[in-house]
Design a protein around this ligand. Structure first.
Ligand code: GTP
Ligand code: MG
Length: 368
């Protein structure tokens, strides 16, 4: 393995440099925004080349989490060719270090591989692959989800997870829960990994700095952003040519019911918008109940749990979906864009509910 850093004025430019230098097999291990003197900000990407051949399937690398190609017919790159024995020890150390950085991302990489294969195949193949993935996903969900006890109850209400196929997704939830960061993660993956045409919309125009944060993300990812003055403007804001429109909203205080009702009145006439209610993984059953009541007028269709990395258990991940009849599509696991986002299976939700990511517990143990 080999790890290198690349800079670009936008994430798109930096990704292009990674591809040009390391090819389609490179894996992005981290991204960050950096200062560039008086010229402003730039995007830095650390990318690795993985020549570990025992991984699942022939596709991996820049696109396997972040693009996949069948490399079986390609000439091996220079760094994969047999090398001098004197270099072996230091190379092994470098490989171990890269493995330490890369291993938490492996699960994520595997699930993304299938998506990327679909995105890079020809259009007929893409449709077939998508159908196949959807059918497989449904089968797995059926296998791991116990059948509903009451036949009259819709299957939906007992499911812990469900994928989202919506072309317009709006995130709503309390202040600081991670809505804007999650929008950036979803946008980066859809635009840069899946190659989709993505647009961002924000309704968070009344707070100082509210627009700046999402504008920075939009510029880094290279997707357009529309800042709406009022919810009424949503009516004509979604472009049919876009594959995905992500709508960011301002966090609302419990007393701000008027703003939620105003937005709900508009969204009621826009069935193409799927609303995800965003809650922090540390939330109690009572506070999630209160949140669901506060946002009820918006008729959310999904729950999205953030900050799973900050808890060592999150029982509401497995309880709230059934109680509120809202399945989970995504959970977030940290501050890094776009890495810290998962589309969990039912089994993974149960695992996270039981033990979070263990980061809190391990930091306590280390401190002791
Ligand atoms: N540890 C951790 N922090 C997160 C996660 N997601 C977001 N954050 C952090 O939470 C803070 C608030 O995130 P934002 O995305 O600005 O939250 P928001 O919901 O848009 O906030 P408002 O716009 O004020 O309502 C930021 O510091 C994020 O980096 C996560 O999964 N884990
Ligand atoms: Mg925000």
């Amino acid at each position: 393995m080999k790890i290198m850093k690349f800079e670009g004025s936008s994430m798109r430019e930096a990704v292009a440099k990674v591809k040009a230098e390391l090819g389609d097999q490179a894996v992005i291990v981290s991204t960050r925004q950096i200062r560039r003197g008086l010229l402003g900000t730039a995007c830095e990407i650390s990318a690795a080349i993985d020549n570990d051949d025992d991984d699942v399937g022939p596709t991996r690398g820049f696109g396997s989490a972040y693009a996949a190609q069948n490399s079986s017919t390609k000439e091996p790159p220079a760094y994969e060719k047999p090398h001098d024995k004197s270099n072996e020890k230091s190379q092994l150390q470098a490989e171990l270090e890269v493995e330490r950085v890369v291993s938490p991302l492996r699960g994520e990489l595997k699930s993304l591989r299938a998506l990327v294969r679909a995105a890079t195949a020809d259009s007929r193949g893409t449709a077939e692959l998508r159908n196949e993935v959807a059918a497989l996903r449904k089968l797995i969900e059926q296998l791991v989800t116990p059948p509903p006890t009451a036949p009259a109850q819709p299957v939906f209400s007992t499911q812990l997870t469900a994928p989202s196929h919506a072309r317009a997704i709006m995130l709503v939830g309390p202040t600081g829960v991670g809505k804007t960061t999650t929008i950036a993660k979803l946008a980066a993956r859809a635009a840069l990994i899946d190659g989709k045409r993505v647009s961002l919309i924000t309704l968070d125009n009344y707070r100082v700095g509210g627009v700046d944060q999402i504008r920075t993300f939009a510029e880094l990812i290279g997707v357009p952003l529309r800042v709406l003055e009022s919810p009424a403007e949503l009516t004509n804001a979604i472009d049919d040519e876009d594959d995905l429109t992500l709508i960011d909203t301002a966090g609302r205080s419990p007393r701000d019911v008027g703003a939620i009702r105003e937005l709900a009145n508009i969204v009621a006439n826009l069935p193409e918008i799927e609303t995800h209610l965003v809650c922090a993984a540390a939330s109690s059953a009572t506070s999630i109940e209160e949140l669901a009541n506060r946002y009820r007028a918006l008729k959310p269709q999904r729950l999205l749990f953030t900050k799973v990395d900050e808890v060592d258990e999150a029982p509401e991940l497995s309880r709230a979906p059934a109680r509120l009849s809202l399945p989970i599509t995504w959970v977030t696991t940290g501050q890094s864009v776009p890495e810290d986002l998962e589309e969990p299976t039912t089994a993974r939700v149960q695992e996270l509910a039981a033990s979070g990511l263990g980061l809190v517990r391990s930091s306590r143990t280390n401190a002791a």
